[in-house]
Ligand binder design. Structure first.
Ligand code: ARG
Length: 570
């Protein structure tokens, strides 16, 4: 469906004075929504036309208002000149007739676009490190990545989600030493990643007393690199335990990846890339290490090989990007990580460019801020972390307590508590610009009356319940020539959904959708409280029900795009 802005644009570009002065692109940039709805639904400034039309902007606006207004009275109830601006008022009939019917016809596809048709996007997100707990620091990349992926799919892209597991590195040498010396098979089988993390944290404590443990760990890792069977079998086992646990979280969130090729997948592919860097003359020696200098780009050098010849995080990322480009022929490849890694990505993206690849510009780093719970920051080093699973359980428990209090006899308490609890957590994570730090304050996150996930989910369920009650009511609605304030506002909000999707897509910003979800919910609730839906004249009733169906489509799809599993009953 075309947005109101685009519909207006199409109309004004038919005017010879406007089309001779502006290209479609230029006009698109000028047309906006006025700050105050009293001024109209769409506005277009005429100042630049003064040159071509050789008149004062306010006179131009008056002339165009008259001409465009009278020729398009079906679409606009009024076209007004205000100073040098042309202000357009969409007619009630057009909104409640043509546009609402278009939404109805689109049904479940409402809001989709085809910007990505025939294009492939690869997204590397979540990507936790093996044998480390899946903690709340991973919520950002997981929730943001999932939402960005869904927004791309909704926009026609073929998407490949990659979980670039941190499954290789010297830490596995330490873990093997820890396991062999003070770990137990039974305890790990029972305790999973928590137990792995515990014996791993112990390594640092013990190595303070006995530094020879560090040499042992190095030896174990060297064994892994040489393909030693025993060391690799342990590594595989640690990996399986971790992955089983991660999968539990992904299942809970309804997330699937197309690939789980982690860092280790690139072990046998890096030599060729190092050689390529060498052959292309961009690798330099620096105190025994190999680096790519980035002085010309105001960045510290990118480290490719350590003194002992071992590879680094960047070496793997460069190798992985070349591999992905060959394998998926992507139109863009996104990386969702915390903002602390921004320099890392800027550095190796540049190395790709220096290597002469043409896909440097297709690589996009999507950073996000830090997370805390009730003001307490995440502490990883000390092992003192809030696990994501625990955060979810707490949210679910708290929602269950609320339901228990309000509605103790419900049968589906578990199901509702699970959906609303998870939805609350995800919504909170996505509710402000992703680069901002996120704080979890339970009373705010779970407030059914605030700008929260539960509020939006409750509104969705309310809309579904109206529709269920209305199922026996008349279905065909005639457009209205006189909408109430709430109806009009709601219609305008609903129709703006496709635009919001495009904005979120262009900016990689799930919060464009969370904000929309709140706007739409508030607008629907104002309508619900002020306009009787089932107890009014037949004509009005049919239109209002049709409007509810449009809200259900927009809100349902918007919730899907931010990764929230909706429920028709709360
Ligand atoms: N495993 C890394 C971490 O936990 C994130 C990996 C992000 N992806 C990448 N290709 N570097 O910080």
């Amino acid at each position: 469906m075309k947005s109101i802005k685009d519909i207006t644009l199409d109309i004004i570009l038919k005017d010879p004075d406007i089309s001779s002065a502006f290209t479609c692109e230029e006009a698109t940039k000028l047309i906006t929504t006025p700050p105050d709805p009293e001024l109209g639904d769409v506005t277009f400034p005429c100042f630049k036309l003064a040159k071509t039309m050789r008149k004062a902007p306010n006179m131009i606006a008056a002339e165009l208002a008259e001409r465009i207004g009278s020729a398009n009275s079906e679409t606009f109830s009024n076209v007004e000149a205000a100073g040098g601006y042309l202000n357009f008022f969409i007619s009630d009939k057009y909104l409640s007739g043509t546009l609402l019917s278009e939404i109805e016809a689109e049904g479940e596809s409402f809001g989709k676009n085809e910007i990505g048709k025939g294009k492939t996007m690869v997204i590397d997100y979540s990507s936790p490190n093996i044998a480390k707990p899946f903690h709340i620091g991973h919520l950002g990349t997981t929730a943001i990545g999932n939402s960005i992926k869904r927004i791309h799919e909704f926009s026609g892209y073929d998407c490949v989600g990659i979980n670039h597991l941190g499954d290789w590195g010297t830490q596995f040498g330490r873990l093997i030493v820890a396991y062999k010396n003070w770990g137990s098979k039974e305890a790990i089988e029972k305790g999973g990643v928590k137990e792995l993390a515990r014996i791993y944290a112990d390594f640092y404590v013990r190595a303070e007393e006995d530094p020879s443990l560090n040499d042992m760990a190095r030896d174990e890792f060297t064994k892994m690199e040489r393909g030693d069977e025993e060391a690799l079998a342990l590594w595989e086992w640690f990996k399986k335990i971790s992955l089983d646990e991660f999968m539990r979280m992904y299942d809970v969130l309804g997330i699937k990846f197309e690939s789980y090729s982690g860092e280790s997948f690139y072990n046998d592919k890096m030599d060729a890339v190092v050689k390529e860097l060498e052959d292309k003359g961009i690798l330099e020696d620096s105190e025994g290490a190999k680096i790519v200098r980035l002085d010309d780009y105001d960045m510290p050098p990118c480290l490719i090989l350590k003194k002992d010849g071992s590879t680094l995080y960047a070496t793997r990322d460069i190798t992985a990007a070349i591999y992905r480009n060959n394998t998926y022929k992507f139109d863009k490849c996104l990386y969702v990580t915390d903002a602390g890694q921004s320099l890392h990505f800027a550095q190796w993206f540049k190395v790709i460019g220096l290597m002469g690849y043409d896909f440097e510009d297709k690589l996009v780093h999507i950073p996000y801020g830090k997370i805390s719970v009730e003001g307490k920051k995440l502490a990883t080093r000390t092992g003192n972390v809030v696990l994501l699973e625990d955060l979810f359980s707490e949210a679910i428990e708290r929602v269950r307590a609320i339901i228990e209090e309000k509605n103790p006899d419900r049968e589906d308490k578990d199901e509702i508590a699970r959906k609303v609890g998870l939805g609350a957590v995800i919504f909170n994570q996505l509710s402000s610009g992703r680069i901002k730090n996120v704080n979890f304050v339970w009373d705010e996150v779970l407030n059914f009356d605030g700008s929260t996930g539960p509020y939006a989910m409750y509104t969705y369920a309310r809309c579904c319940s109206v529709l269920e009650k209305a199922s026996a009511e008349p279905v065909s609605a005639a457009p209205s020539t006189e909408l109430t304030k709430e109806e009009k506002e709601l219609l305008l909000t609903v129709t703006s959904f496709p635009e919001k999707v495009k904005k979120a897509l262009a900016e990689y910003e799930p919060c464009d959708i969370t904000r929309y979800v709140i706007d739409l919910s508030q607008s629907f609730n104002r309508f619900y409280h002020n306009c009787p839906i089932l107890k009014c004249e037949d004509d009005k009733k049919a239109l209002r029900i049709k409007l509810c169906r449009a809200v259900k489509a927009a809100l349902g799809n918007a919730l899907y795009l931010i990764g929230i599993e909706k429920t028709e009953k709360i």
